[in-house]
Design a protein around this ligand. Structure first.
Ligand code: ADP
Ligand SMILES: Cc1cn([C@H]2C[C@H](O)[C@@H](COP(=O)(O)O)O2)c(=O)[nH]c1=O
Length: 216
């Protein structure tokens, strides 16, 4: 049975790499897929991984009907054996409903990849709809780690190096960009709640104001 699978995780946990691997393994067996993405860091119509691989993709613009797009490809004689969607958190709930329809009415597997929550720990609307509709939700096996060594479960946004908890939900950016105006860092929940990024932890460790005191 075809499935709608949601591969989810934090930023930088290997989602795009896995998307490329799934596409590669299927095309090596002669299958043809359609790859959608939205707002990839590498630019419009690209699916890129931090391992350096990049492939062309169909940009799923706001308001685009992804089901109708695939019906169009098929009705023009194109072949579609499966569908990959990267940065799926940026798709609208309606577009996620269209992906479910692709599975049910076109009998195609749909592999969607995305982060579940934003920098405020709130679900992206597209990810929420995927959690509601997916046949399966898979957590990636390669753990992204917080600076403390614990599994990173949350995404933090930094502005000029300082963690923020307010702002627009969508700002395209990357991890390990300390000099960028907007950057991201993956953290465990404990350190996300304390707004303790690696830089903040380093600064606190160096500060004479933060000497260990026993709770009296
Ligand atoms: N230089 C490197 N050597 C080995 N692995 C790397 C390197 N750079 C990035 N990676 C791997 O790539 C992962 C990020 O892959 P990517 O597919 O871009 O993540 P995502 O799409 O989840 O944001 C990192 O977690 C790490 O495992
Ligand atoms: C947490 C968070 C992230 N984003 C953006 C930043 C990146 O462009 C993508 C995630 O890409 P990745 O391949 O998973 O690293 O999402 C955002 O817009 N808002 C956020 O809160």
């Amino acid at each position: 049975m075809p499935e709608l699978v949601f591969f989810s995780g934090t930023m930088d946990c290997g989602k795009s790499t896995l998307a490329l691997q799934i596409g590669h393994n299927r095309s090596a067996r002669g299958l043809q897929g359609v790859i959608f993405t939205r707002d990839d860091r590498a630019g419009e119509g690209k699916l890129s991984s931090r391992l350096g691989l990049v492939t062309n993709a169909v940009e799923a613009h706001e308001g685009m009907d992804v089901y109708a797009h695939l019906v169009g490809v098929l009705s023009e004689g194109g072949r579609v054996d499966y569908v990959i969607v990267d940065e799926a958190q940026f798709l609208s709930p309606d577009q996620i409903d269209q992906l479910a329809r692709v599975v049910d009415d076109l009998n195609l597997d749909v592999f969607a990849f995305g982060i579940t929550t934003d920098f405020r720990t709130k679900l992206f609307p597209g990810s929420q709809r995927l959690i509601e509709l997916a046949d399966r939700i898979e957590t990636l096996q390669v753990e992204a780690l917080c600076w403390c060594g614990a599994r990173a479960t949350h995404n933090a946004r930094t502005v000029d190096g300082v963690m923020v908890v307010e702002g627009s939900q969508v700002v395209v950016g990357d991890v390990n960009q300390s000099s960028a105006e907007v950057g991201y860092e993956v953290l465990c929940r404990r350190h996300h709640r304390r707004e303790m990024t690696a830089a903040a932890a380093r600064a606190a460790a160096l500060s004479p104001d933060v000497l260990p005191v026993s709770a009296g």
